[in-house]
Unconditional design. Structure first.
Length: 309
């Protein structure tokens, strides 16, 4: 694509108390090889310290692309995302696409070019790509276990994507949801992006996967622990139940949800003795199944884990 033929993109970056991560992300954004017009919107969700705003103010005078920062005083990542989406869609001139990266991530130089290429080639409204963990302690047994590896698909159309860690969406599509793209019930639990994509799929929106659009996620030692991983899988289980209950809130749907939850718990317990032969990674795989199942059942009783509180 040449600059004249490439669509314009506004890249949204929500941030909360990660100034070093934001600075690293912005440095990699400057290295993107995208040929079209690109602008950056950073929304700082910390109205008191405003460390993200300070980073943008320091980098903006010499930054390669137009960049602006805003403050979202309401705590919760859904508020930051939604403000960024509204700013992007109301920009003048309006961008053709809106993209998203988180402040603990950084993209490959070809990331945005590949997302846009896939969106145009497959004529879809929403595109996602893989996010690879980069460990502060790569020698830790959990880092070597493969348990953090992203789910991947062949490049092309898919039924739905599940996260905004690497996302591109048509601006004209996003505009239909600007009243509340990410619902605030998910502000501290996560899962608002998955609920949004379920709504989009229900509405007939089209999705694709760009497997060569690589993003990398900084994974500190605090996330490389058994406790963190099991809590996160529990949270994913609660999120799955919440979304499925909303979009399939029938008696058959409830039966399926309970079967999934109990089945995961049972599978985790049943295979644990066998998994022990696979060492610690094998044991963790069984525990992860049980954690996801427990999360599913807990959500049926309104028990949630606010990972982002």
């Amino acid at each position: 694509m040449t600059e004249g033929s490439a669509p314009s993109v506004c890249l949204c970056v929500p941030t909360f108390r990660r100034p070093a991560g934001l600075r690293k992300l912005l440095a990699h954004i400057e290295q993107l090889n995208y040929a079209g017009k690109l602008s950056i919107v950073v929304v700082d969700n910390d109205a008191e310290a405003r460390a993200g705003t300070t980073v943008v103010e320091e980098m903006a005078p010499t930054f390669r692309f137009p960049i602006q920062s805003y403050v979202e005083p309401r705590r919760g990542h859904t508020y930051a995302y939604n403000q960024a989406f509204a700013i992007a869609c109301h920009s003048t001139p309006a961008p053709d696409y809106v993209a998203v990266l988180d402040d603990d991530e950084y993209p490959d130089a070809n990331w945005l070019t590949e997302l846009v290429r896939v969106a145009r080639e497959y004529n879809v409204e929403i595109v996602g790509g893989p996010v690879f963990p980069v460990f502060d302690n790569p020698d830790h047994w959990l880092a070597k276990s493969g348990l953090y590896a992203p789910h991947r698909y062949a490049t092309g159309r898919v039924s739905m994507i599940y996260g905004t860690g690497s996302m591109l969406i048509r601006r004209t599509t996003l505009e239909h949801y600007l009243d509340e793209p990410f619902q605030h019930d998910y502000a501290f639990t996560g899962g608002g992006d998955e609920e949004f994509f379920y709504r989009c799929r229900r509405d007939g929106r089209s999705f694709a996967w760009a497997d060569e659009a690589h993003v990398f996620e900084t994974t500190p030692q605090s996330r490389t622990t058994v406790g963190y991983l099991l809590r996160r899988m529990f949270r994913k289980g609660t999120g799955a139940t919440r979304v499925e209950r909303k979009f399939a809130g029938t008696i058959p749907g409830a039966v399926r949800r309970w079967c999934k939850g109990l089945g995961l718990i049972g599978s985790g317990a049943l295979f644990l003795p066998i998994a022990a032969f696979g060492g610690r990674p094998g044991i963790m795989r069984s525990l992860i199944l049980a954690a996801r199942g427990s999360g599913r059942i807990a959500a049926e009783f309104g028990i949630l884990y606010e990972e982002y509180r």
